[in-house]
Design a protein around this ligand. Sequence first.
Ligand code: BGC
Length: 757
Amino acid sequence: MNKFLFLLFFLSIVSSQSLIAGNKVPQLGKDPINKVISAMTLEEKAQLLVGRGQNNISNKDYIVSGAAGMTISIPRLGIPSTVESDGPAGLRIDPRRKEDSKTYYCTGFPIATLLSSTWNTDVVEEVGAAMGNEVLEYGCDVLLAPGMNIHRNPLCGRNFEYYSEDPLLTGKIAAAMVNGVQSQGVGTSIKHFAANNQETFRMQNSSNISQRALRELYLKGFEIAVKESHPWTIMSSYNKINGAYTQEDYSLLTSLLREDWGYKGIVMTDWTGLRNTKAQVHAGNDLMMPGKSDQVKEIILAVKSGKLSISDVDRNVKRMLEFIMKTPRFKKYNYTNKPDLKAHAFITRKSADEGIILLKNDDNTLPLKTESGDIALFGVGSYNFLAGGTGSGDVNKAYVINMYQGLKNAGFELQPKLNSFYEKYIEAENVQIKELNGKKAWWQVFMPEEAKIIPEYIKNRAKDSEVAVITFFRSSGEGHDRHKTEGDFLLTKKERDILENVTKSFHAVNKKVIVVLNIGGVIETASWKNIPDAIILAWQPGQEGGNSVADIIKGNVNPSGKLTMTFPVRYSDVPSSKNFPSDYQGEKFNTDKKDIGYTDYDEGLWIGYRYFNTFDKSVSYPFGYGLSYTTFDYAAGAKIKKSGKSYTVAVKITNTGKVAGKEVAELYISAPKGKLEKPAMELKAFTKTKLLQPGESEIVTMTFNLHDLASFDESINSWITDNGKYKVSIGSSVQDVRQTIFFDVKNVYKEKMKAKI
Ligand code: BGC
């Protein structure tokens, strides 16, 4: 074709596309959405439903380098691309770009498990707002967070990205996070919807769950987050539930989510690749991520051959357009690439301060005074301190403050011989990748303790220091579950030796030993917790971690974090341990193999404290537990007031100790005996006091409603709250109830659900 003909051809296409029946082509935002949809070709519609990821573009075409995904743009209709980026501990993008001397570091906030351990929705919302601000200022539109799957089993490799074994706490904390992030005018994607509770074969495994456990445990947190925070997007998980892929399940993604819960945003798939696209579209996935060109073709073919209805496509396209119109990219936000990282560092430190949990503090070992003398800082973990876990939930942060730096910053003197000993060891090892359980464990940052720390050496440190701090660390990440063996759930022989030797030597000269746990998930503590004098559960506390732990050690901050899960005595005490791939040795996928192809949630409702508390089984640390440097009194005479379907409980809490502190108050309900068997106590509300000065009181209130009290009766597909006498237990942990009151529900409350999963 010569140049002139080509120009004519080109102009005719442009003009036919930009003019419809003599009118201007509708523009998103200026014209009604339905008009924009009717101006779209089938190809454009199909493209809009498929992310602009794998195969479509190379990473260098990404507007924001290192983002997890994008949606396509259709310039002629005024539809821009949008950018979706991980993840739960902060924004995950590339910190450096080619031929660009600027840096794009993001704040590494504490892991989700630590954030929920604050039991403070205001703190979580503030963290969310800071994260959301980085999303906005780095030019992204959606944060692929929060993760909110239930801690069904302590060994799930991604528990660190999730909040709790309890759905109410999960839902409330997630809602606070979503509200915080979205306050910045960017979106969230609550994930992974749903029942994605193991990493082993997460893309194929079927979670086989009773309807009741599904509704009351695995969907409940999502229901709360949807109703209380309206996330812009939801990520449908990789796994199956009861044999059906969640991504292809109409009853889950449409009947339940949209019809029963009233969800209005979009659903995107987890980063799946090719599956049954038409089933996904029909089920209510509005966006296939990360997006393959074959999926576009499949949608077009399916519509043309009548296998997929155009009304399903149009329905999803409409939701996509509504979503896009909310984004900063659509609003042409002029992002700076310069979020206030200093201010956010302060926020991450403050949040970690509030979620770190004091597990043990015999004879007021803590806090320590800076002038008392040198600290002997043991443990590779003290110097190789972990801010977070690995995988998509990892953040490219500019720095991590380790324990050594944190304690120094707080003004403590550290025994210099130990520091140089560990520095040399870490340098000699030079790698953080070690063989664990006979396999290359690339997802686990693991460095064994140095065997050369011989008792004689430790004895000398007991002489020249005043107190010992030992850090044990554990890492885990996406794609792999943890192991129940030494080096993971259990301490290694060397770790135990160090703990015993240090304690023996320090106790011999009347000095104390403090253990710091820098972990992302539950470990075994029952067999060794009697050895040291104090134990601090620091979790993986974000980039300012060392400073936060030092805030607690020095007493600048009085610990107020509490456990959001149970620490069992033994792994085998956990009911789900009978149905979890804790013995997985790398074998191939097999549909028919237990815990590989499918996982039976035989334990039903009996997870975490629901089990241990109801059946009176001993635990190492109970749900809701955490110590303080002060004491709190819950005054007798707590009051309950009914208003419509809601109940509000008020109780007076007084700081009866010598230092200022905050108290988490937990409200559990015991239901009367009815048709369905129920856990002895279930968390139905919680709150945290303000910082109470010694002697100061606060009347805190906690609210729940009739729907919150309901159990799911599968036989009639309904939520039911029986009538009868209910007990309210208000306490400091599930095992430390301080006040009980009763109230009557006069009439049975029933709510029928449309969806059957
Ligand atoms: C993870 C998601 C993540 C996505 C994008 C997936 O493999 O499961 O949590 O948001 O990748 O990085």
